[in-house]
Write a protein that binds this ligand. Sequence first.
Ligand code: UT7
Length: 335
Amino acid sequence: MTPGAASKFGTPRSRILGTGSYLPPQTRSNVDLEKLVDTNDAWIRERTGIRERRIAPEGMVTSDMAAEAAKRALDAAELSPRDLDLIVVATVTPDMPMPATAVFVQQKIGATCAAFDLSAACAGFIYGLTIADQFVRGGAAKHVLVVGVELLSRVVNWADRTTCVLFGDGAGAAVVGPSDSERGILGTRLYSDGTLAESLMIPGGGSREPLDEARLHDRRNKVHMKGQDIFKAAVRNLYSASQSLVDASGLTNEAVDWVVPHQANVRIIDQVVARANYPKEKVLSNIDRVGNTSSASIPILLDERVRDGTIKSTDLVLMCALGAGVSWGAALIRM
Ligand code: UT7
């Protein structure tokens, strides 16, 4: 990507040209988890809506899943890796702290463009989409690959029943490019509230808590979460972010064809949807099969429903997500 090449591509609107996703084949059911921690299938299903989640096999890394989803999105967009001007990978489970997972994705798919990671946890895909929209509309890039990918099974504490039952592995991707019609990204909203930064974190392994034996023993390199803080923040903020976006777009909630919410907990989704008065049949979900895949959650669900024909061309889709940070956002898209 050449900064300054802007005027070459600038366009009034960007749109999703193709989507792709990848789920590792191995499932881990709630009953499997009963053997690891003091939990049970009924509690997990009732409190979260999750039945099973996917677990990446040993040897598979984050960029492997991301590259697979990326190839599928490029195929759907009928573009080659060489057509990409930028790769943005949203993840909190990178291959390694340095370099960016995005450069491994670039290497694996055979692209040559600029590539970087972003860290916005479960809101990562909305953040990535916003960046892509800005780059394409501003003209600094023509085609941007956005990937949300997580290999959470490697950072979950499998002895902590309050977190290990929630998360799963997977990747979702979208290629964003110029739109020559009314179809496209109508708007996005991004927010963060750092006062809740310690409600969901992997505290060890950075400059604050470099890993040593004691910290490894205390599992400081694993996910720590105050679930109820996140739950309340999600219900409150996802509703207001979504509503303000729909209102600002001059549309109504009735005009929205599909809501694609982050898949963290069916009870969060139900409460947000009830506030906004969306009919249940318009609210898409796959949490029962994949659990919470953080930044991969929305693009996996989006891709599944585009491929099965549920989401059709020109449908109005509302996406919203909140996670660690807390960071959250919403996107409104005419597909
Ligand atoms: O992706 C964004 C980040 N994450 C989220 O959005 C997650 C947000 N939070 C949540 O989804 C929910 O808070 C949880 C699913 C994590 C927990 O549900 P909850 O209804 O808030 O449960 P709780 O934490 O209030 O715990 C209720 C009880 C506790 O037992 P006591 O103290 O009442 O005896 C927990 O120890 O449930 C117990 N519990 C479990 N029991 C069986 C917690 N986890 C489990 C478990 N199996 N896995």
